[in-house]
Design a binder for this molecule. Structure first.
Ligand code: SF4
Length: 238
């Protein structure tokens, strides 16, 4: 994608949402860290359903540690993989208390050393909590970056590196949220809403969809070209 097009694309997303925010509910860096860690392989809605009950009971690593694995497990049922996530949560709290004075560390290596915390979670914390220009790549951002031509790559890391290299400084802080929300609500995996997409004229995706056919007018056989999903690369696990 031409740098001028990339800039125009970000400008468009910024105009529509000047101050993008995470949809995870939190009121401290610790709560954000826990919420992002729990969001692996599930939705923000499920995480919020769990943390709305858990955080009032334990909003510090010390309080969470006191609940123990068996104490947090019932609250984590909505997020799936609750056995592993309960162990990770308590392990994470133990490390925060023992090695970081109960605070969320500001170094990537220290974050990634915490149980259940990988590169994506660390990037989100560095971006939101510490104001660093990190662009965490999740499945939505991977899809949008590849479809639009903004930052093509075969792996999340390759896309992240392309985004960091190609995103103008003024947009880096919020790029993660703009692209995530665009992927979640407009450029969805199965049926991108190209007809109402505000960056459609800038997007280089060759299989843009038109308005959804009405139920009374099923698609003709002649319209059976491969759908967007078959042309969309998917990220490697992790
Ligand atoms: S035009 Fe379609 S494929 Fe391109 S970003 Fe918009 S929704 Fe996604």
């Amino acid at each position: 994608m031409h740098p001028a097009t990339r800039r125009a694309l970000y400008r468009r997303l910024r105009s529509a949402n000047p101050q993008p925010r995470s949809e995870l509910e939190y009121s401290s860096p610790f709560e954000l860290l826990v919420a992002v860690m729990l969001s692996a392989h599930t939705t923000d809605k499920s995480v919020n359903a769990a943390t709305r009950k858990l955080f009032p009971l334990a909003d510090t690593p010390q309080a969470m540690l006191a609940l123990g694995v068996d104490g947090v497990k019932p609250y984590l049922r909505p997020v799936g993989l609750h056995n592993a996530k309960s162990r990770n949560l308590i392990g994470l709290c133990r490390q925060l208390v023992q090695h970081h004075g109960g605070e969320v560390p500001s170094q990537r290596a220290a974050l990634e050393a915490l149980p259940g915390v990988g590169r994506k979670t660390a990037s989100i914390i560095l971006n939101i909590v510490f104001g660093e220009n990190e662009i965490a790549v999740d499945t939505h951002i991977f899809r949008v970056a590849n479809r639009t031509g903004l930052a093509p790559g075969k792996t999340p890391l390759a896309v992240e590196q392309a985004l960091v290299a190609g995103t103008p400084e003024e947009f880096k802080r919020d790029a993660h949220h703009w692209l995530l929300l665009h992927g979640r609500y407009v450029c969805t995996a199965r049926a991108p809403a190209c007809a109402k997409c505000i960056i459609a004229d800038l997007c280089e995706y060759p299989d843009k969809t038109t308005a959804a056919p009405s139920k009374k007018e099923p698609r003709s056989r002649g319209a059976s070209r491969p759908g967007p999903r078959t042309r969309n690369r998917r990220p490697a696990a992790g």
